[in-house]
Design a protein around this ligand. Structure first.
Ligand code: IPT
Length: 984
């Protein structure tokens, strides 16, 4: 161990074997075909509990260690209690002074043993991931060094072994020069975090294998010593062709090969037999090409990438992912109709790629490179191109970067799922990028290459694909319209932080419209959090010197892989079928069905349909449609539709997997489309009670009596507010009902909230988070049929002009227990668009049971609603809450016409209805509490809070993406809405 070495960008390895394709040799064909590496007699997994000592600085490691602690392998030592976790995004967690890293560089020393039975064999030690670098000591002799956290490092340890028990010591440093190339946006974690194993192989053996397949041909190249070698191609357990390997080569022609695609991942296995070993290599027959229009062609078919960025992350284990964890992620992606993974921002474990080959995903394999922190090293933010002070251009760093590219390409070169190489992420641009791109192109002419930052130079022609992240819609439209035969790939889009993303459908519409927009990868798959004692933590919770708060909590699914509205929205937007209404007759509905698969006939699915009138099913059926991929057909649905209805009529179509798959049961709902039917809506007349209204002017109490109940309303004379909704004299309201515009900012509101509200700076905002409600006048008039009370006033933030003026009319019709509320509002001409606008009611906590007719069952917003449908739903206030790690706006419902909330113990409660539509939300947490608190575990409930809103602005993905699209903003300057309320 030498501090000069780990701070020298030329010192990259010692004793490490040349990189090669990932494979595991077996001792017979059966095992090779089964491919379970742990069953190979040549493979010995060393995972387990190892001896371990942690030293706060490397120079404290003693010559001889006499006392040892323990640690699991694989693990990150931050998750095992040795250091607090540290989250930083762009900023480096130490000064930017390459190649130097802090002198207080912690070191973890690991120890274990393994048995060696046969010294005539070759023994290799393989590390699939050690962060960030390590020295290897075998039986007391320091024989190896490697860096690049997410690269495989293999060592030939044969010369250092003796028969029997052999000692392995691994010394892992916390930082090295390589850390400058690993500035990814995640919790910085250290240690042996991927599998470690021994391979015991014959003295002579295959060193490397390279395959190339198109739709009918397979060519095999082998690096091996002279000797007998055979290549057998298996379809399942059947050898379909056998060839001798001559001069390191074998060629196969398989005219009827079943093609591989992410949708139908037909996989063959090539088994190389020779030198006493059987080496399986999965083979997918497929082609990758680009059409003259810039489309991505897989097997000649234009395919969209419906992807996510995947980081290795677990709230308990850190960066450690078992095969079960990998499968859990990939299964859930399949269930969400995701077909692409960008392995941000490093190569995943080799088994991850294998699983993608097997289950069917397109993979954008990314080199372990990110140097984002160079943009902030001189304060603020500035990118450089061809700047010799950046490692991307500095002569000392060329090979350090190149080896990262090479080690990935060589390891994953045989994978059919890998369709594109990515030369890392967010590192500016320099001459080493030119070199890495050229080398990759020459090494692998078949796959595509992208590097997002190449767009700073208008993406030089040596890149096959132009790529961008978080593109503005207007730019994307321009990209689509550009006459360019190169595909455009959004390597990151739709930032999924917290409640969101809300704009997925808008992106998808552009992908559908413009051939060269081949899709992209949502940022990102799962939240990064740390779970301790049942509480979820994020950046800043560990006293980090610099950190980026909850910017790591930005997954499409939670850290525990639970889905949220955003996940379901991705599923809906990516779903492989579309439906649109063609004709509605008296007895039948005609719907056009579009099979949006690229390779699969719809006959593999059941198409179910249900017609609902006013939330009640009136007809349903199941159809089995034979419809080739990409085709459209008309489906006729028999249904006797009424002439009129009270709330609405819809037909809902769902697509279900016929057969069980590895990731989902038979019947799993892959997609859903709801279509509104043109049935006239006539609001039912309300039956008036027998009684009559009475007004007591003193108390400003209005009372209505009918046969069953006596319902009254009270108002505040000065404030003009509705202070009471009474039933038998008991007020159901805890606080006066009032108008408001605030919502607890979502993560996607993190920029706009500064203009909405009063936060750190007291000049920029309209201060909407603490509104003053001024009543200018409150008057009432009675006629024979009704009483009308009118309150005119304004809402204003501190130190600001009134944000809006309102006039509210409360009307009671003689004998009708309902109070009709209508609101007119005029917003300040210069004011910013509003988070929302509507009424807030506060009810006792016991009012828990909820029924509504509107969009559900999950939360939905104007731009986050393709996963939801209109219907009648029963839920509870508690269930309505969505526990985002950083508390924020949640639980909204659009297209709502009726809502009731009651205390299940006594049936007391409140009911709302409208002839138009409102948005509705209810929660035991106030918007103030959700605004104030930083973690879900800090929240304290109070009451049942209900919103009946004119509108709620959409969600978007502006936490890192474009501003919320204007069409989803509540930016009208004048509007009105109304609804009725009564006690139950
Ligand atoms: C982009 C990064 O590539 C990604 O790693 C992540 O940090 C993401 O941002 C935000 O969550 S880079 C940014 C400058 C757009």
């Amino acid at each position: 161990m030498n501090s000069r070495e780990w701070q020298d960008p030329h010192f990259l390895e010692k004793g490490r074997e040349k990189e090669r394709a990932y494979y595991i040799p077996f001792e017979n064909t059966e095992k090779a075909l089964a491919g379970e590496r742990e069953k190979s007699g040549e493979f010995q997994l060393l995972n387990g509990i190892w001896d371990f000592n942690y030293y706060p600085a490397y120079y404290e490691v003693p010559e001889e260690i006499t006392e040892w602690g323990k640690i699991p392998v694989p693990a990150n030592w931050q998750m095992e209690g040795f250091e607090p976790p540290y989250y930083t995004n762009v900023n480096y967690p130490y000064p930017v002074d390459p190649p130097y890293v802090p002198d207080e560089n912690p070191c973890g020393v690991y120890r274990t043993w393994f048995d060696c039975a046969d010294l005539t064999k070759k023994t290799y030690l393989v590390f699939e991931g050690v962060n960030p670098c390590f020295y290897l000591v075998i039986n007391g002799q320091e024989i190896g060094y490697s860096q690049c956290s997410h690269c495989t490092a293999e060592f030939d340890v044969t010369p250092y072994l003796h028969e029997g028990k052999n000692e392995i010591i691994v010394k892992v440093l916390k930082w090295c020069d390589g850390s400058y190339m690993e500035d990814q946006d995640f919790f910085r974690m250290t240690g042996i975090f991927r599998d470690v194993y021994v391979l015991t192989r014959p003295a002579e053996h295959v060193q490397d294998v390279e395959i190339h397949a198109n739709l009918t041909e397979l060519s095999v190249k082998v690096t091996a010593p002279a000797g007998d070698l055979t290549a057998c191609l298996y379809d399942g357990d059947t050898c379909i062709q056998k060839q001798p390997v001559i001069d390191g080569k074998a060629d196969f022609t398989v005219p009827d090969a079943k093609p591989w695609s992410a949708e139908v991942p037909n996989l063959y296995t090539l088994v190389l037999e020779g030198f006493g070993e059987f080496i399986p290599v999965p083979v997918g027959f497929r082609t990758i090409a680009i059409s003259p229009k810039g489309e991505l062609l897989i097997n000649g078919v234009s395919v969209q990438l419906k992807g996510v960025n995947h980081h290795d992350t677990d709230p308990v284990k850190g960066h450690v992912m078992s095969l079960e964890d990998i499968r859990r992620d990939l299964y859930l992606m399949k269930k969400l109709n995701i077909n692409t993974v960008r392995t941000s921002h490093y190569p995943p474990a080799p088994e991850f790629i294998r699983e993608c080959d097997r289950l069917g995903f397109y993979v954008v394999d990314e080199a372990d490179i990110e140097m984002h922190g160079f943009v902030t090293r001189e304060t603020l933010w500035s990118y450089h191109m061809y700047d010799r002070t950046w490692p991307t251009d500095h002569p000392d760093w060329g090979e350090a970067l190149m080896e990262r590219m090479r080690r990935m390409v060589e390891r994953d070169k045989n994978s059919c799922s890998v369709i594109m190489w990515s030369i890392g992420n967010e590192s500016g641009y320099g001459c080493h990028y030119d070199d890495m791109c050229r080398w990759t192109k020459q090494r692998d002419p078949e796959r595509l290459i992208h590097y997002e930052r190449a767009n700073m130079l208008n993406t030089p022609t040596m890149y096959d694909v132009e790529s961008h992240m978080y593109r503005e819609f207007s730019d994307l439209i321009a990209d689509g319209e550009k006459d360019d035969s190169r595909p455009l790939f959004l390597c990151e889009y739709a930032h999924s932080m917290g409640n969101g993303p809300g704009d997925l459908n808008d992106y998808q519409e552009l992908f559908d419209k413009y051939p060269r927009l081949i899709g992209g990868c949502i940022w990102e798959w799962a939240d990064h959090t740390v779970l301790k004692d049942g509480k979820y933590y994020y950046g800043g919770d560990f006293d980090e010197l610099t950190h980026d708060n909850n910017f790591c909590v930005d997954g499409l699914v939670s850290a525990k892989r639970e889905v949220k509205a955003g996940s379901l929205e991705a599923k809906a937007v990516f779903q492989p079928f579309r439906a649109s209404l063609k004709e509605v007759g008296e007895k039948e509905i005609s719907v056009e069905i579009h099979n949006r698969h690229y390779f699969t006939d719809l006959k593999n699915y059941d198409l179910k349909w249900t017609v609902e009138v006013d939330g009640v099913a009136v007809a349903s059926g199941t159809q089995n449609l034979e419809l080739a991929a990409g085709e459209k057909t008309l489906l006729t649905i028999p249904a006797d539709l009424p002439k009129i209805c009270a709330l609405g009529a819809y037909v809902t179509l769902t697509l279900h997997q016929k057969e069980a798959t590895e990731w989902a049961e038979a019947g799993y709902e892959t997609g859903m489309v709801q279509l509104k039917l043109p049935v006239e809506i006539v609001t039912a007349e309300r039956t008036h009670g027998e009684g009559s209204w009475k007004v007591s002017e003193d108390k400003l109490t209005v009372t209505v009596t009918d046969e069953t109940a006596s319902i009254g309303y009270t108002f505040h004379k000065v404030h003009g507010t509705l202070t009471g909704i009474l039933k038998n004299g008991k007020n159901i309201l805890v606080n006066p009902a009032h108008l408001d515009v605030w919502r607890a900012p979502t993560d996607n509101d993190r920029h706009i909230k500064m203009t909405w509200g009063l936060f750190e700076d007291n000049l920029s905002g309209w201060n909407m988070n603490r509104l003053f409600d001024k009543c200018y006048s409150f008057t009432w008039k009675e006629t024979e049929d009704c009483i009308e009370l009118v309150s005119a006033g304004s809402l204003a933030g501190v130190a600001r002009s009134p944000l809006l003026h309102y006039e509210v009319t409360y009307r009671l019709d003689n004998g009708d227990p309902e109070l009709h509320i209508s609101v007119q509002s005029k917003v300040h001409p210069k004011a910013i668009w509003l988070p929302r606008f509507g009424y807030e009611f506060t009810l006792p906590t016991a009012v828990e049971k909820v029924e509504y007719y509107g969009m559900g069952p999950g939360e939905n917003y104007q731009d986050l609603c393709h996963h939801a449908k209109v219907g009648r739903f029963t839920t509870s206030v508690t269930e309505e809450y969505v526990p985002y790690i950083m508390p924020q706006e949640n639980g909204n419902h659009t297209h709502v016409k009726e809502v009731s909330l009651v205390d299940p113990a006594n049936g007391d409660g409140i009911a709302f209805r409208t002839e138009g539509e409102v948005e509705f939300q209810t929660s035991h947490y106030t918007k103030e509490e959700l605004t104030r608190k930083g973690h879900s575990y800090e929240l304290e409930p109070s009451n049942t809070n209900v919103r009946i809103d004119y509108k709620v602005s959409g969600i978007g993905s502006a936490s890192c993406g474009p501003d919320l699209d204007p069409k989803y903003r509540l930016s009208e300057k004048e509007f009105s809405y109304g609804f009725s309320v009564k006690a139950l």
